[in-house]
Design a protein around this ligand. Sequence first.
Ligand code: ATP
Length: 512
Amino acid sequence: MSNQELFKKVLSHAKEYGFVFPSSEIYDGLSAVYDYGQQGVALKKNLRDYWWKAMVQLNNNIVGLDAAILMHPTTWKASGHVDAFNDPLIDNKDSKKRYRADVLVEDYVGKLDTKIENEVKKAAKRFGDAFDKEQFISTNPRVVGYKEKGDAILKRLGKSLEREDLADVKALIEELEIVCPVSGSKNWTEVKQFNLMFGTKLGASAESATELYLRPETAQGIFVNFLNVQKTGRMKLPFGIAQTGKAFRNEIVARQFIFRMREFEQMEMQFFIPPGTQKEWYAHWKETRLKWHHSLGLGTDNYRFHDHEKLAHYADAACDIEFRFPFGFKELEGIHSRTDFDLSSHEEYSGKKLQYFDPERQENYVPYVLETSIGLDRLFLAVFSNSLQEETLEDGSSRMVLRLPAVVAPTKVAVLPLVKKDGLPEIAKSIVEDLKWDMTVAYDEKDAVGRRYRRQDALGTPFCITVDHQTLEDQTVTLRHRDNMAQERLKLAQAKAQINETISFQNWLRAL
Ligand code: ATP
């Protein structure tokens, strides 16, 4: 399956099996807004829990918070979002389509990356076992050329954005001869800045209403509560505050399904530290977060770090953890060393002190902050697209299987009576009653058992328990495994123990 075909399959599978629907679909949908269906909501919740357990439950110096979506409007002055939360946009005069200028350039560099990957694949085939990937990448003239070109382009883009030199961003697009993907023309407008925040109003009458913004990130709810949590929780530095919740951005280029949405969910953690220790904490959180991603078992080759050339106004170091989505490597999580920018700025705008008395240093100061910020919807897409596989079986037939990590699968086990008579449904239902206290269980008695297995494969259910006539005699059941379709005959208690072992958070997170 090519990447494009895979991406199409991801979209149709997500819809067909109740994972993701376009929002308000009966009115033809709303661009870049999506609803999660009966399966999707469970997968999303399990992913959120997987993050929450790793960040909050396993760290006694990290606590949770649930701040409101609506915040005092001055928050967004202080955070810099009113003045600087802009994307550089450019229009194609022929197609009338609008693009993010930086994304056009990055996509161009993405194509160079694909060329490098193709060269590596070809060489790997040619040299067989003797192939040394690192050496090839650093010495092959064509690959080195692509790499140097890509790096130079990104460097120039970073510098121009930092200087707000939008004319140079346009010049870069022209020099690279980037064409509009829709019209194929190079007939571009100037590059302009566009603020991404959604405005709304609070209050009943038009005159007295206050202009508000829907929060574009969850982080500011944490900063304005820094002292509340620190004091009431008697927290000592270093400590973290974690939060999950909705954020809203009026994205210019809203495509690629749930990768870039106008309403999405973030999972953020702000780690408050003494000034001067940010380098070591930055390294610590980079490593810890990458390990967490690896623990999901999607393949370590599918992740890479991307260090930022252009730093946001608040950061002294920043990188992304990128994931290999069906449309290439893209940002999944950001790790930012935010200095004391946010707390100092809120001090200035609110006139309230946001400081910490350090008993060891015997002084008051504004803490520095290390942030980890991941989009839950992007994580969902990473897990879902990576897990969806089409397999040809020995008999020549094919099956769609969603190899979700068992720990986050919406349903852990489906209980199936082989036939709908002879007391088998009753036994199967009693097994559901027994298991449902500890895990999500489905019951299915419709169609031939082979078709029911396929349906559970497509939903990502890691196990099926089948009840047949032998169960009546010796209380054994068949435990059927999603990934290799193996079946084994076991006592129910043994099957239960095996399932519990496979879905245990502890076993998955042990790698941390
Ligand atoms: P991008 O460069 O892709 O626009 P960003 O750098 O603006 O992303 P951050 O502000 O660092 O993103 O937000 C942190 C995380 O929130 C991102 O790593 C991403 O996973 C998620 N995120 C940001 N914007 C969106 C969006 N429009 N839809 C879905 N997830 C998003």
